[in-house]
Design a protein around this ligand. Structure first.
Ligand code: CAA
Length: 280
């Protein structure tokens, strides 16, 4: 579709849609219009019988470096709360067909969360994942605190979210965040993701849709959501479901826009200096 400004779509295989994020100068920072276009392309493909699977990728240097900090920095709590800032990001989790993330370079903050909202993540050896929101005086707002903890466990998720440290593709692989690391070479991760999407697109589309639906249903309810899981006679009471956790995360994320530290953290990034937090 030639009308897109922030993404480029193509058909590398007759039944595979490739979506490439296309804001290279901003390392594919996820501004609101970009996410609108992405969701539109995904929705269109979901309704198009000639698409069996989709691949989402960025550039060699960056899958996506997060939500757009310059767009966010001056927002007040009233803006983000009233406009339900980032809530529409999760629209992509309602897509029925499989989405494979082909990650090269930085997948940070919202970029890491974007990959986590896809169904399969393939990474190039150069990929770096991280939730650096803490350096901006905020927290993940697109599911990072919830989906990440589900995948890698509490201690590793806490480490990433509290220190903001980027992890390597090798660590992400070892930690069970991704499906695997592809061979070296420019464009390899996209080639491998397309090949995987082609395999999927040759299956029964209705069975593929059903398979995705049931795996996701389990992710929504089983791990965090089961209220009374019997383990060797003991009962573990989890307090929340993924849906509730995501909503809670977004509320707290919104709340941080009422702090001085959010303004300072994001302004410091835009001004290319170190943040001077006042804990207020
Ligand atoms: N938002 C807006 N602009 C961004 C951006 C972002 N998330 N990430 C990078 N850019 C811009 C830079 O400002 C710079 O713009 P100019 O050329 O106009 O100065 C350009 O992209 C290139 O970036 P750098 O010069 O910083 O490139 P680098 O190679 O020196 O560093 C990097 C790369 C380590 C990824 C660094 O850009 C960086 O730390 N980016 C921010 C990462 C981040 O904090 N992400 C989380 C965002 S908050 C969030 O996502 C909330 C949420 O949960 C939804």
């Amino acid at each position: 579709n030639a009308n897109y400004e922030y993404i480029v779509t193509s058909r590398p295989e007759p039944n595979v849609l490739l979506i490439q994020l296309n804001r290279p100068k901003a390392l594919n920072a996820l501004c609101s219009p970009l996410f609108k276009e992405l969701n539109q392309a995904l929705r269109d493909a979901d309704r198009d019988d000639s698409v069996g699977a989709m691949v989402l990728t960025g550039s060699e240097k960056a899958f996506a470096a997060g939500a757009d900090i310059k767009e966010m920095k001056d927002k007040q709590f009233a803006d983000v709360y009233k406009n339900r800032f980032l809530e529409d990001w999760a629209d992509m989790t309602k897509i029925s067909k499989p989405i494979i993330a082909a990650v090269s370079g930085y997948a940070l903050g919202g970029g890491c969360e974007l990959a986590l909202m896809c169904d399969i993540i393939l990474a190039s050896p150069t990929a770096k994942f991280g939730q650096p929101e803490i350096n901006l005086g905020v927290i993940p707002g697109g599911g990072g605190s919830q989906r990440l903890a589900q995948l890698v466990g509490k201690s590793r998720a806490m480490e990433m979210v509290l220190t903001g440290r980027m992890i390597t593709a090798q660590e992400a692989d070892k930690w069970g965040m991704i499906s695997g690391i592809v061979g070296e070479g420019e464009g390899q991760v996209v080639k491998d993701a397309i090949a995987m999407a082609k395999v999927i697109s040759e299956k029964s589309q209705i069975a593929v849709q059903a398979a995705k639906e049931v795996v996701n249903e389990g992710m929504l309810h089983d791990y965090l959501g089961r209220k009374d899981v019997g383990v060797k006679g003991y009962f573990i009471a989890y307090e929340t479901t993924l849906t509730e956790g995501l909503k809670y995360e977004r509320r707290i994320f919104h709340g941080l826009f009422a702090t001085n530290d959010q303004k300072e953290g994001m302004s410091a990034f835009a001004e290319k200096r170190k943040a001077n937090f006042t804990h207020s």
